[in-house]
Design a protein around this ligand. Structure first.
Ligand code: CAA
Length: 311
């Protein structure tokens, strides 16, 4: 019955305006990439404090790129001048574009693609996708930055499953080279090509994954992080030695426990639960120590304490 109500696929418009929902670490990083690559951006978050924090994070990150000569000063100055609500870049340079902050989802109606970067909860994301489906242009792509939730199931909340896709950035998005692109069961080739082209415009390398729990990166990375928690939990070694061992022994930029703190322990736990449930193998069961840290509110860097204490 649902199939009869689906809209027929729309012709894709050229992507000029990007909407981002969620102004956390990932959302602000994605908005930064869009703005610094010449696109208009709306970043939406119900929490105005999160929008202010996003502004500060974007300004600081852009300054780091400018100080290395990787971004023009004019563009950076426009970013620096924009620390108020809403942000507006002044015209005067080809590179200048608008980055606007909003707490009203309706403002995303002009976006050609909307990238969702909210909490990792399937129910909350589905509710949002349903709402976005009613607001977004009929030609717009609805993308999710989910780290493991099924794109096919998110698409099922909309009447445009051919235009729903996973666009999974790595943390921190301005720095990390990869974007995983995940095709849902009904994602069209046109949607895939437009999304891949956008990621490449951001200077990213892309890989394409089918829609199975954890996709490529988290399917492999999260069990490693979970195993690092087991190694700590069972007293094999200290957290410092576990991280140092993996960092220097396998040439990783940071150890798995430090990385878990960067990603957020709550995010790691929710991905392990998705892997456990979606792949049905007990080897994916979250380590009790990871569960306990999350229960205790030790969520990682964003809370000032996780495996390590940053306070
Ligand atoms: N914006 C701009 N520049 C930034 C930045 C940001 N947000 N973050 C770091 N940098 C720059 C710094 O200025 C610095 O530049 P220089 O070397 O030129 O001075 C450089 O990046 C290194 O930064 P730091 O010195 O602060 O710290 P670091 O050397 O430890 O690097 C890191 C930080 C880039 C995060 C690095 O540790 C790293 O790559 N860690 C691994 C990150 C990772 O694996 N991410 C993927 C996680 S998995 C994921 O995200 C998927 C998921 O769904 C969970």
């Amino acid at each position: 019955q649902r199939l009869t109500t689906l809209r027929s696929p729309e012709k894709m418009a050229e992507i000029k305006c990007v909407g981002v929902v969620g102004a956390g670490q990932m959302g602000s990083g994605i908005a930064q990439l869009a703005a610094t690559n010449g696109l208009d951006v709306w970043i939406m978050d119900a929490d105005r404090d999160a929008l202010s924090r996003a502004t500060a994070a974007i300004s600081s990150s852009v300054n780091r790129f400018v100080s290395k000569g990787l971004l023009s000063k004019a563009r950076s100055l426009s970013m620096l001048c924009s620390c108020y609500f809403p942000i507006k870049f002044e015209a005067g340079d080809d590179a200048m574009r608008r980055l606007r902050l909003t707490s009203n989802l309706q403002d995303l109606r002009s976006a050609d693609i909307i990238i969702e970067a909210i909490l990792e909860s399937e129910d909350i994301k589905k509710k949002l996708f349903k709402e976005l489906d009613g607001i977004a242009k009929s030609s717009a792509i609805l993308a999710s930055n989910t780290s493991s939730i099924s794109i096919t199931r998110l698409a099922s909340a909309t009447q445009r499953p051919t235009q729903v896709i996973g666009m999974h950035f790595m943390n921190p998005p301005p720095i990390m080279k990869l974007v995983e692109i995940i095709r849902g069961a009904d994602t069209s080739q046109e949607t895939f090509i437009a999304t891949k082209a956008l990621a490449e415009r951001f200077g990213k390398t892309t890989v394409c994954s089918q829609d199975y729990a954890g996709f490529i990166v988290n399917r492999i990375l999260m069990p490693m992080i979970n195993e690092a928690f087991h190694t700590l939990y069972t007293g094999v070694a200290t957290k410092e030695d576990i991280d140092s061992g993996m960092k220097h022994g396998t040439n990783q930029p940071m150890g798995p426990l430090e990385l878990a703190d960067l990603i957020g322990l709550d995010v790691c736990l929710s991905i392990m639960k998705v892997l456990h449930q979606g792949l049905g193998d007990s080897k994916y069961a979250p380590c009790p120590l990871l569960v306990q840290y999350v229960d205790a509110g030790r969520l990682g860097r964003k809370r000032g304490v996780g495996v390590y204490d940053y306070r």
